[in-house]
Design a protein around this ligand. Sequence first.
Ligand SMILES: Nc1ncnc2c1ncn2[C@@H]1O[C@H](COP(=O)(O)OP(=O)(O)OP(=O)(O)O)[C@@H](O)[C@H]1O
Ligand SMILES: [Mg+2]
Length: 384
Amino acid sequence: MRLHIARLTLNNFRNHAALDLQLDARPVCLFGPNGAGKTNILEALTMLAPGRGLRSASLTDVARAGDDEMRAQPNLSQVWTVSARVAQDGEETVLGAGAERTPEGGVKRLARRDGQPATAAELADAARMTWLTPAMDRLWSGPAGDRRRFFDRLTLARATEHGQAAAAYERAMRERQRLLSDRVFDNAWLGGLEREMSAHGAAIAAARVETLHRLQDAIDARPDGAFPKALLALEGLLEARFERGAKSADVEEDFAELLRDVRGRDAGAGRALDGPHRSDLKARHAAKNMDADQCSTGEQKALLLGLTLAQARALANDPGAGPSLILIDEAAAHLDAVRRAALFEELLANPGQAWLTGTDENLFEAFGERAQMFEVRDGAVSGV
Ligand SMILES: Nc1ncnc2c1ncn2[C@@H]1O[C@H](COP(=O)(O)OP(=O)(O)OP(=O)(O)O)[C@@H](O)[C@H]1O
Ligand SMILES: [Mg+2]
């Protein structure tokens, strides 16, 4: 089972007016000066995944600015598009993402699979991916929300229904909070919303716990190497129950009861203080027995890389998932030459294609002929 992008085309995506890359299955290395458009290419690929891509950008942010042709034709329907021909085991699927103008003058998101409208989950199913960017270097010492979102993306790559559960949970939580803020203590109405929160909340927590175990298994299956082993843990009310072997129905019932009991408190706080929207991911550097946020910058990066590689192995071993692409922006940042070479070997062993960026071609020397090199300059790409 192998997965790769055989062709990537971008139209009016950030600084890329029109890009057309023909590719084979080898890792794709993009090099060039700052501001050339390397990260933009990785970001374009992540627009095919659920969510808003690796910069969490809006549909209009990524549209190419300063395009005279676009301005001359304000009714041009396609604002920007990303299209990828995905090859897996001799079969090809064309995935498309983009934004289209609506008659009212707004923009709406487009998603296509083989020319037909598709859901985010259908796209994700055809091209699983995990990415790492320099912005994630502070993941272990930054806010819990960033780690939670990171972990939810890992969960989403395995269980595509996780996205719907999270959206439904958020909707019910917002509605409950609106009632509480307006002092509408309508027991039946609130109770209904709390039951929705607890059903979706339990599903979210159960999916996270399952992801954590699969990841930890993938980590533990390997001897300690260039990337330190992490000991992972989820901190969260419902996750802790599942970790202790509780049944889903009990977790749900108890959470609904708790929510009913804390209505007054949540009304005062202006938000729900308990639930899976408050959970956090913890990691320890196993060999040093040290919390990730106490590790050096390079060690934190190595932990994150190890986790990303473990995620790809866990997905590949999961009959419900499969191979996944690994995107690493500024792959060499914080890595010494030995770790960099080890990373390349791991990426070559992954059944999904790797995409890497760096300012200098020499950073990718250890790949030799085993990777395809492209130079990016001012939104144009040339093969090397
Ligand atoms: N919507 C947009 N329209 C046009 N250009 C954009 C848009 N958004 C960003 N850019 C430009 O795209 C350029 C390339 O950005 P990108 O982040 O891809 O560079 P990079 O090659 O990764 O550089 P670095 O090595 O510094 O990370 C930047 O100069 C930025 O100003
Ligand atoms: Mg960049």
